[in-house]
Design a binder for this molecule. Structure first.
Ligand SMILES: [Zn+2]
Length: 326
């Protein structure tokens, strides 16, 4: 959980929040809105941390007990409420309806941070509204929402609203670099396609990591035919990984087929894997690729049912390595 000063971009908002802290004019309720991944939740957490810091007046000091606790996510006066099973339900707010709940552990402030506040059920929203109508002393609500249209207008009007705008590409790049380091070229691509939202850039890179992992497996199966299928498979764990492998393999073999037929990269999906695709296209004939695509499609359908994952993966591995029929 960063401090406000560590949040990249959103300077005007950070200045305004620091100013509220410094002057002691903190609102009872804030609403942070903006596109997904833009940084409003990160800022919300940083602000919550600053509010609870026992030392500094303008930001989290990073050294006191309060900061250490909020950093570890165990501060007793920081309450984080997020959707469970798609919505925020009244049962999650029960504690809020009991005024005793507002007694702070440390005698200071209490912070309620509501993530994806637009997902509150009407009942839950009414519960929050009731509290905001007569806000208890020393309690601050930070509502974070992708879209404010989903919130009751009566809640919106009781919050101090901050709208988060997309960041310039360079700032997104800084966030990606700071949190992941690594391949600068890929970080640049991620920043470029993020639409100014660091969260999107990071999600893209996570997907890219998965693709690298899946390519590694596929490359081994294809490159060491037929013995590749007999090597132990590491890193594939459970249904989600198997599904990711099948999805990636379908796209890689699809690209290999395209490459064999037209030999140019403008129709490739994994265009950044051009060399790998071309290698795959050298190893397999068109007939073999079509057979593998059928086997992958069959496997995807079997995966939806009750199937032994290990067996399914072995069957696919044998097929891709050119052993037997799947
Ligand atoms: Zn502190």
């Amino acid at each position: 959980m960063p401090a406000l000063r560590d949040v990249v971009g959103h300077d005007k908002i950070k200045r305004s929040l620091s100013c509220a802290l410094a002057t002691g004019r903190v609102s009872h309720a804030y609403l942070f809105s903006g596109p997904p991944g833009v940084g409003k939740k990160t800022t919300g957490h940083a602000f919550a941390r600053a509010l609870l810091c026992g030392q500094s007046e303008t930001d989290a000091c990073g050294y006191c007990d309060d900061c250490a606790r909020s950093e570890r996510g165990v501060h007793p006066d920081l309450h984080i409420i997020r959707p469970q099973g798609g919505s925020i339900k009244i049962a999650q707010l029960r504690a809020l309806q009991d005024s005793a709940a507002y007694t702070s552990f440390s005698g200071g402030r209490q912070v309620y941070l509501v993530e994806q506040a637009e997902k509150m059920t009407l009942e839950a929203a009414n519960c929050i509204l009731k509290i905001l109508e007569e806000p208890p002393r020393g309690v601050t609500f930070i509502l974070v929402a992708d879209e404010t249209d989903g919130l009751l207008p009566t809640i919106r009007s009781r919050c101090q609203l901050y709208r988060f705008s997309p960041l310039p590409e360079e700032e997104v790049y800084r966030v990606v670099e700071a949190s992941r380091g690594g391949d600068a070229g890929r970080a640049r691509v991620a920043a470029r396609i993020s639409g100014g939202c660091p969260g999107r850039a990071l999600a893209f890179l996570e997907g890219a990591d998965k693709r690298d992992q899946m390519w590694g497996l596929l490359d081994r199966l294809a490159g060491e035919r037929p013995y590749g299928a007999l090597l132990p498979v590491d890193g594939l764990d459970g249904r989600d990984d198997l599904e990711a492998f099948i999805n990636c393999a379908v796209l890689f073999f699809r690209d290999a087929l395209v490459w064999r037929i037209i030999g140019r990269d403008e129709l490739l999906i994994n265009v950044d894997y051009r060399q790998n695709i071309s290698r795959l296209a050298d190893i397999y004939s068109e007939r073999e690729i079509l057979d593998i695509l059928v086997a992958l499609e069959k496997a995807a359908r079997r995966l939806a049912g009750n199937v032994n994952h290990r067996l399914l993966l072995d069957t696919l591995a044998f097929k891709i390595a050119g052993l037997g029929d799947a």
